[in-house]
Design a protein around this ligand. Structure first.
Ligand SMILES: Cc1cc2nc3c(=O)[nH]c(=O)nc-3n(C[C@H](O)[C@H](O)[C@H](O)COP(=O)(O)OP(=O)(O)OC[C@H]3O[C@@H](n4cnc5c(N)ncnc54)[C@H](O)[C@@H]3O)c2cc1C
Length: 311
């Protein structure tokens, strides 16, 4: 089975290339297209790509929809995996329309079966799983970061080429400025301390920061803390429209636990929640919890952790 992978982020390109290699078996071709350098493309080959095209130009990925669709029309892969970043989702919709094929968003547990390509997707904000079988000749699936593990790099050879298709856009890039971004990616943190609207003031987040420091963890938050209150950067909010995290420990402080937040913490190994409302929905998803005022509980937790960890 031939599979194309298209991703704008290096790590995601490797995750999807590894998944595609497993799905296609040794005989199938895996063609990866990534935005990046030749060296990054070489890494995709070592992750299982038979060929890798790199796009190292000025234009964002979605502007290559037409030229990529042209290449895909000729190649006719059975499956096209596209990294579900904002740009990737835009690109997937455009390519699906140009090729006239179906597009399943946020897919996981993808399998080739006798009936077709089986794809699982979370629906209703993560409350249910829908299973689709695509019997089309080609199907597009967008896959969020961290759905698959990036494989170990192996000594492999494959073709690496600059993508020659041109971007189609009337927009001209006049200047590029890096968006101020947190150096930390909470999706990779082993311990995440999540803060919610249970904190009355921004200064009070210091309590959570201190606890996170003792636990050598990172601070995450609910969406309103980042988007409405602007107390933390947007790449720290967790949930269906934010980050999916997979820490060993997620410590939720003053977060009610609405389904949109829970969707991002489902893969945490241990969820520990603190909320003053004994009926807070977060408790239904927590392994351990304390009903109490976080202004009293968090300093006590910090002390207890310091003692337990000899800090
Ligand atoms: C389309 C859509 C997408 C969304 N996506 C996301 C998403 O990705 N991520 C996300 O987080 N949200 C998302 N939301 C918002 C979500 O529905 C909730 O509104 C949000 O998660 C609530 O944030 P919160 O728990 O911090 O605040 P609240 O719901 O207000 O909860 C605050 C909690 O703090 C507790 N509390 C108050 N004071 C104290 C105290 N002193 N000590 C202890 N506990 C205290 C309260 O009992 C309460 O449980 C989305 C909503 C929509 C409609």
């Amino acid at each position: 089975m031939n599979i194309w992978v298209i991703a704008e982020q290096q790590e995601l390109a490797l995750e999807l290339t590894g998944a595609a290699r497993t799905l296609s078996g040794t005989a199938g071709e895996v063609i990866t297209v990534l935005t990046g350098t030749e060296a990054q493309a070489q890494m995709a080959v070592k992750s299982g790509a038979s060929k890798c095209y790199y796009i190292n130009g000025e234009m964002p990925l979605e502007n290559y929809a037409e030229s990529l669709a042209k290449a895909l029309k000729t190649a006719k892969p059975r499956l096209i995996l596209i990294g579900a970043t904002r740009r990737g989702k835009d690109l997937a919709a455009k390519i699906a329309a140009l090729l006239g094929v179906g597009c399943a968003t946020d897919g996981k547990n993808i399998e080739f079966t006798a009936e077709g390509v089986k794809i699982e997707r979370m629906v209703y904000g993560g409350l249910a799983v829908s299973t689709l079988i695509s019997q089309e000749e080609t199907v597009i699936v967008t896959v969020p970061p961290k759905t698959y593990e990036a494989p170990a790099q192996e000594e492999r050879t494959g073709e690496v080429k600059a993508f020659t298709g041109q971007p189609s856009t009337k927009v001209k890039v006049v200047e590029k400025r890096a968006k101020p971004k947190d150096a930390v990616n909470i999706a990779d943190a082993a311990v995440v301390v999540g803060v919610g609207r249970g904190f009355a003031k921004q200064e009070d987040l210091k309590l959570a920061e201190d606890l996170a420091k003792v636990l050598e963890g990172e601070l995450g938050c609910s969406r309103p803390v980042a988007e409405d209150l602007h107390w933390l950067p947007e790449d720290r909010y967790i949930g269906i429209s934010g980050q999916n995290i997979k820490p060993g420990l997620y410590l939720s402080l003053g977060i009610s636990g609405q389904v949109q937040h829970i969707s991002g913490i489902r893969d945490a190994k241990i969820i520990f929640a603190v909320d003053k409302n004994e009926n807070a929905p977060i408790f239904q998803n927590a392994d351990y919890y304390i009903v109490g005022d976080l202004y009293q509980v968090v300093p006590a937790l910090e002390e207890a952790c310091k003692k337990a960890l000899n800090k």
